[in-house]
Design a protein around this ligand. Structure first.
Ligand SMILES: [Zn+2]
Length: 390
């Protein structure tokens, strides 16, 4: 049951909804805000005044009129705050800069092998500072640095419980941010990647993200939208809508069983999705080079084509299971998801054949951001944090 809110909580929530609505549009007007959020004109006027006083809105001229006086255009100050995202993988460091647009404003990627040593974290701090200098970011406007890691992360404690990829158990997040002079928090890589997609306009949708990299992971984003719900609720941030489970183990789709007694997964179990749908399953066909796999596939190399068909068949089982559980959009990300675009209709057809309710698989889509997805989503965490404070 929802807790009832007191007057000042309602006011803050309304102010936040108005701000988020204006921020989601390039330009809008008070009448549009009032209509979209079902608020009275005086309420919207009062909130816009407050937001103006807080310096978060910008005078953007006038909008075209449909008759009568031209309404004043409202827009948010997109660069009032910046956030940075870092993605740590076994062999790379990725960095992304974003602002209230939640788009990639600048990015960098370098090869740096992860080692759990002070020297590595020193390097991390140095490359971030170099990036900030290079991009001439106003440091006073940096609200925080989200650090995406391929790990199970207990976010309230900012703590890694386990990471196979980085070979870590029970590590506090502070270790990672030792040389970073901004607020920092660790975020699971698939959750961060999902957040990057959600910022783009899935805001009102439920969404399952399936990350297909050298391991398989995922994230579940619930707006709990349904035909019974208002379709214009801009009040909540993406991280509040992430389903995390009781032990931060939700979305571990890599360990769903799709072939009982099948191939052995790295977790020791047999027949896991990970054993069949990780990027390694493809790259092992081309000497560890995933890019080469897709080059050969495009050339219709028969061996590679066969491997791809098998892969898609297995993936279709996994995706169909997700659709059965969650009845929502399924976005494919990670190394393989990024290369999936030309083949998405093949996958949709295979999934549709398994689905008992639907004749088409058009709820399956390919991620928008590729290499930058996790770093961007990690940065979005701090943008959301700032927006919540408004
Ligand atoms: Zn497994």
């Amino acid at each position: 049951m929802k807790k009832s809110k007191n007057n000042s909580e309602v006011k803050k929530l309304n102010r936040n909804r108005v701000f988020r609505y204006i921020n989601s549009k390039e330009k809008t007007s008070m009448p549009e805000v009032a209509a979209a959020l079902h608020m009275s004109s005086p309420t919207v006027l009062q909130i816009v005044r407050e937001l103006n006083e807080a310096g978060v809105l910008l005078d953007a001229g006038e909008l075209e009129s449909n008759g009568g006086r031209k309404p004043k255009a409202l827009t948010t100050v997109k660069d009032i705050r910046y956030a940075l995202g870092i993605e740590i993988t076994q062999n790379h460091i990725g960095i992304v800069l974003t602002d209230l647009t939640k788009a990639v404003k600048a990015s960098a990627r370098l090869r740096e092998k992860f080692v759990f040593e002070d020297a590595y974290f020193k390097t991390l701090g140095r490359v971030l500072e170099e990036f900030v200098e290079e991009e001439q970011v106003d440091k006073d406007k940096v609200t925080g640095v989200g650090i995406s890691v391929p790990a199970i992360v207990d976010m309230p404690r900012n703590y890694i419980t386990y990471s196979r990829a980085l070979n870590l158990y029970d590590v506090a997040g502070d270790v990672f941010s030792r040389y970073i002079p901004y607020p920092c928090t660790l975020i699971n890589d698939a959750s961060a990647a999902a957040a990057s997609e959600w910022g783009l306009g899935y805001l009102k949708e439920n969404l399952v993200y399936l990350s297909l990299s050298n391991t398989v992971g995922g994230a579940i984003l619930f707006q709990n939208s349904s035909e019974y719900m208002e379709d214009d609720d801009y009040s909540t941030s993406v991280f509040e809508n992430m389903y995390i489970g009781n032990h931060w183990h939700s979305g571990e789709f890599g360990h769903l069983t799709i072939h009982p007694d099948g191939d052995t997964c790295y977790c020791g179990k047999k027949g896991c999705v990970d054993a069949y749908c990780s990027a390694l399953r493809l790259s092992k066909e081309t000497d560890g080079q995933l890019e080469q796999f897709f080059v050969e596939l495009e050339k219709e190399n028969p061996e590679i084509r066969k491997a791809w068909d098998t892969y898609l068949e297995d993936l279709s089982i996994a995706v169909d299971n997700l659709r059965m559980c969650f009845d929502c959009e399924v976005v494919l990300g990670g190394y393989v998801g990024s290369c999936m675009k030309p083949y998405i209709s093949e996958l949709r057809d295979k999934v549709a054949r398994r689905n008992i309710f639907e004749g088409a698989g058009d709820y399956i889509s390919v991620c928008t951001f590729q290499n930058e997805a996790s770093a961007l989503g990690a940065a979005v965490f701090y943008i959301e944090d700032f927006m919540n404070s408004i």
